[in-house]
Ligand binder design. Structure first.
Ligand SMILES: NC(=O)c1ccc[n+]([C@@H]2O[C@H](COP(=O)([O-])OP(=O)(O)OC[C@H]3O[C@@H](n4cnc5c(N)ncnc54)[C@H](O)[C@@H]3O)[C@@H](O)[C@H]2O)c1
Length: 264
């Protein structure tokens, strides 16, 4: 019988103060893991920790801007100091903003890529280094997006960063393989997290009278064969599976969890 039990495992989750990463952190905690959060909004990190406390393992956070390598190093240092060893790293922090391909300024483009792509690069580099130093073994899961499967007219640089994650996951998997470290990615479809407030505002030009719920449903139903939005928990179930021993033979893969909106 398959059971996901992470008792004795130590995990780091970036972006764990909100949305998908929060669901991942909570599920890891419920499944018995000690969880460390790297999050830029401290009060949200603390709120997630408060929710995890009922599972009675060890939790903490580092105020982290994943676009700064020194912050990501500090997050790993803090987690290692508390836990001694890192078994699981989920690189999930990300931001979204629709920008025009031509009109986007260099600073905006750089900011998205610094957070959405460089943040995951730092997370993978340091996780691999630490796991190799520990003697090998470990699971790394990066959160990409079905938006990274092809270019996009409305959010080209978000799509670019997410496509980069799919590719870097493969390179990181080659690096980790001799040390029995699995590196995979999950590509979520549509989840109504705070990120979608930004998307819907962009789609309506910020119209305060727009019916955001209707717009969200229209976008969703037009794109999703299974006919519903995914939840943070839907994404977390797949992430936990990829962090478990049942996927020891899976590496370098990017799995869509998107209700069939993309089938590749
Ligand atoms: N919501 C969706 O429909 C959807 C779809 C596909 C992929 N994703 C991806 O899932 C991930 C989580 O998104 P979400 O929808 O839960 O969004 P969210 O806004 O609810 O959560 C993102 C979290 O990342 C944190 N964060 C932002 N910038 C950071 C930084 N520089 N350093 C550290 N933390 C930072 C935020 O404070 C927040 O807690 C993102 O990578 C996103 O691109 C989301």
């Amino acid at each position: 019988m398959i059971t996901l039990d992470f008792t004795g495992k130590n995990a780091i989750v970036t972006g764990g103060g909100s949305g998908i990463a929060k669901a991942i952190a909570l599920q890891l905690a419920e499944a018995g893991a000690n969880v460390w959060i790297g999050e830029i909004v401290e009060k949200n990190a603390q709120a997630t920790i408060d929710e995890m406390k009922k599972y009675q393992k060890s939790y903490g956070y580092t105020k982290t801007d994943v676009s700064k390598k020194e912050d990501v190093e500090a997050m790993f240092r803090d987690a290692k100091e508390r836990f001694g060893k890192i078994d699981i790293v989920v690189n999930a922090a990300g931001v979204f903003a629709p920008v025009h391909f031509i009109e986007a300024g260099a600073e905006d483009i750089k900011r998205y890529l610094d957070i959405n792509l460089m943040g995951v690069i730092y997370g993978c580099q340091i996780a691999l280094r630490e796991m190799i130093e520990q003697g090998g073994g470990g699971k790394i899961v990066n959160i990409s997006s079905v938006g990274g499967r092809q270019g996009d007219p409305e959010f080209p640089y978000y799509a670019l960063g997410k496509a980069g994650i799919i590719n870097l996951t493969q390179s990181a998997a080659y690096c980790g393989a001799p040390h029995r470290i699995n590196v995979n990615a999950v590509c979520p479809g549509i989840i109504r997290t705070p990120m979608w407030d930004t998307i819907l505002k962009g789609m309506t030009g910020g119209d305060p009278n727009a019916d955001y719920d209707k717009l969200f449903n229209d976008v969703l139903l037009a794109r999703t064969p299974l006919g519903r939005a995914q939840t943070g928990d839907d994404i977390a179930y797949t992430v936990l599976f990829l962090c478990s021993r049942y996927t020891d033979e899976v590496t370098g893969q990017s799995w869509n969890v998107c209700g069939g909106s993309v089938m590749s």
